[in-house]
Design a binder for this molecule. Structure first.
Ligand SMILES: Cc1cc2nc3c(=O)[nH]c(=O)nc-3n(C[C@H](O)[C@H](O)[C@H](O)COP(=O)(O)O)c2cc1C
Length: 155
């Protein structure tokens, strides 16, 4: 299933939620900042902190990603199958995504006016500099649904 250019942009600009489940079907959902479409059918997610999520992915590769773009008034669910890469070309791409997103985040730090939020953002940015991807999670997108009621738009 083809991911549109607009969905690719929305994945870059928003926090997305990744739902996984155990092999018995117990669900788990986590926010993700490091998601990027690397082709028309593939979304790469960087595993830096996964615990339950990683265990679930190893037991059951079926996942869903959900996000809402307030600016565009659009909201989608993408369903797919995940594959974990701990080295090689796909893993290296995860490093690039992390570096690019960290650079963008640092560039936007100066625009935060609230002192307390600005300080928290600076600390998070410092912490991120020390993190390394544990794995790259490549999701092949098989289904796309709009969350907007009455919309049958598929992206
Ligand atoms: C805003 C935000 C963005 C996050 N982005 C990522 C991410 O891109 N990659 C990652 O491994 N963890 C990320 N996390 C951490 C996960 O959401 C989650 O805390 C982690 O996977 C541990 O939960 P689990 O045991 O359910 O997997 C993020 C957390 C927040 C609050």
């Amino acid at each position: 299933m083809r991911v549109s250019e607009e969905i690719k942009q929305m994945l870059d600009e928003n926090i997305v939620y990744l739902a996984t489940s155990t092999k018995e079907g117990k669900p788990n959902v986590v926010p993700i900042g490091l998601a990027h479409a690397i082709s028309d059918e593939e979304v790469l997610i960087v595993d830096v902190l996964f615990k339950k999520t990683r265990k679930n992915l190893e037991e059951n590769p079926l996942v869903a990603i959900s996000f809402t773009d307030i600016k565009r008034l659009k909201s989608y669910q993408l369903k797919g199958t995940a594959k974990i890469f701990k080295s090689g070309e796909v893993y290296e791409k995860a490093f690039d995504i992390m570096r690019n997103k960290a650079e963008k985040r640092r560039a936007s730090l100066g625009n935060i006016e609230d002192q307390e939020i600005s300080e928290r953002a600076r600390r998070i940015s410092e912490m991120h500099k020390r993190l390394r991807p544990k794995a790259a999670v490549l999701i092949t997108i098989e289904e796309i649904y709009s969350h907007i009621p009455g919309s049958n738009e598929r992206g």
